[in-house]
Design a protein around this ligand. Structure first.
Ligand code: ZN
Length: 85
């Protein structure tokens, strides 16, 4: 028998070198499978429990992935919002 564990691909934000990225995933990647992030960074998929996410420090958001995502969704860029009084 198989114990199925369901994961939402839209909720997957891969962490590479302390930065979390966004990727267009249509399914759950296999361990070791290459993933290309929105910003172009590629890395091999690996899985850990969510409780380990901050084990090596709190991941920062990748600013390039954020900018691409905001542009696609019509959300103002972060530097634009910050420059307002
Ligand atoms: Zn990125």
């Amino acid at each position: 028998m198989t114990a199925l564990i369901y994961i939402d691909p839209a909720a997957i934000h891969p962490v590479v070198d302390g930065e979390w990225h966004r990727a267009r995933l249509t399914g759950i990647p296999k361990p070791g499978q290459g993933i290309t992030m929105l910003c172009g960074v590629t890395a091999a998929a690996a899985f850990e429990p969510l409780s380990e996410r901050r084990a090596h420090g709190i991941p920062r958001q990748c600013s390039r992935c954020d900018a691409i995502c905001r542009r696609e969704r019509g959300i103002p860029q972060q530097h634009t919002r910050q420059s307002r009084p």
